[in-house]
Design a protein around this ligand. Structure first.
Ligand SMILES: C[S@@+](CC[C@H](N)C(=O)[O-])C[C@H]1O[C@@H](n2cnc3c(N)ncnc32)[C@H](O)[C@@H]1O
Length: 340
């Protein structure tokens, strides 16, 4: 008897579900073609959807057949498509960031494709973005404006997880100046400075981020109290700031680089100042389009998920001692370090 005529072993269907690659790409293609919006707006037949999305009618028909089979759309009468609870969730404004990530025509797919090099990442312990795209993520980010703006907007879109609690939960009364290290467009600094009018501050980030950061700072009415400083946190940092915020940066880096960033902070902060590490431990929010945030960190950036005690160990290696720890909502952890 050949293997073709033998019944497959139990759980083969479960295995097939684990390895299916068609569905993740089909959903991303539907998002790029705006199929959920078009169905919602009354373009329900394949012909109407093909016209409105500028797609090949036969290929679109095959895509729709798959999307109906997995429940992204329904087909209440043959040839007529309708939304399902899943496509309604996708269209919900609360999932706007997720939707932009899932757009196959946008940078989210480029980031997700780093998973294609997972074998390289697991063999080497390093990012696989370069193995897939020929350049490491941060180098690509510096030259691909679309990728940079998307990443910055995504991070700023998640600042609600950090800004209000860092602004309210930390004692800013004895502080006059704050540097947001790797602060992106400045959403966290904006939350802190807006809540504490006596503070001045700066965002330090890669020089390429300057246009969007300066636009954001000016738009927030903070042009007089905040500035953007182009540079690298892997190199010497500007001195004289009393608080250095390091928010959602260390997770992007392997231990060696994360320690180097903290050492740069320890060298730059004032004698009695504080290095404040802000992280959002992986949870529901991170997992929306990623079953493992840790594997995403590894493949995309060579970074990793860490526990608060792991940050303490990195800080100790950089000559910093923990003075306080606060746990907030949604996995937020704020770790306050002083020079040892
Ligand atoms: C994950 S984002 C975090 C942004 C922000 N701190 C937050 O909490 O949302 C990482 C930031 O690090 C910046 N970055 C990457 N490499 C850098 C470097 N060598 N020097 C300074 N900033 C860098 C990126 O531009 C990005 O803004």
């Amino acid at each position: 008897m050949t293997s073709e005529t033998t019944d497959p072993p139990a759980d083969t269907a479960a295995l097939a579900a684990l390895v299916d690659l068609a569905t993740p790409f089909a959903v991303r293609t539907a998002v790029a073609l705006r199929l959920p919006e078009l169905v919602r707006d009354g373009h329900t037949t394949t012909a109407a959807l093909a016209r409105a999305s500028n797609a090949d009618p036969d290929a679109l028909h095959r895509l729709l057949r798959h999307l109906v089979s997995v429940g992204l759309f329904a087909e209440p009468t043959p040839g007529e498509h309708a939304l399902t609870p899943v496509s309604r969730a996708l269209l919900d404004e609360r999932n706007a960031l997720l939707r932009s990530w899932l757009d196959a025509a946008g940078p989210g797919l480029k980031m997700d494709l780093a998973y294609g090099g997972m074998l390289h990442a697991v063999r080497t312990g390093r990012s696989s973005y370069g193995a897939v795209h020929g350049t490491d993520f941060w180098s690509d980010y510096r030259v691909d404006e679309q990728l940079r703006l998307f990443f910055g907007a995504t991070m700023a879109g998640f600042a609600w997880q950090t800004g209000p609690e860092v602004a309210a939960g930390y004692d800013w009364s004895g502080v006059s100046s704050v540097l947001d290290v790797g602060g992106g467009t400045g959403a966290l600094l904006e939350a802190v400075l807006t809540a504490h009018p006596h503070l001045t501050g700066a965002v330090l980030d890669l020089p390429e981020v300057r246009p969007e950061a300066e636009e954001f700072i000016a738009g927030a009415g903070l042009g007089e109290r905040a500035e953007f400083l182009g540079g690298s946190f892997l190199e010497q940092l500007p001195r004289g700031y009393q608080v250095l915020l390091v928010s959602r940066v260390l997770t992007d880096w392997p231990d060696e680089d994360a320690t180097r960033i903290l050492r740069r902070c320890a060298d730059a902060v004032t004698e009695d100042g504080r290095v404040v590490v802000v992280e959002v431990l992986a949870g529901e929010e991170h997992a929306k389009n990623n079953s493992s945030f840790d594997l995403q960190s590894l493949t995309l950036l060579g970074g990793r998920e860490r526990r608060p005690e792991d940050f303490d160990a990195l800080a100790a290696a950089a000559g910093l001692v923990r003075r306080d720890r606060r746990d907030g909502a949604n996995g937020l952890v704020v770790l306050e370090y002083a020079r040892g």
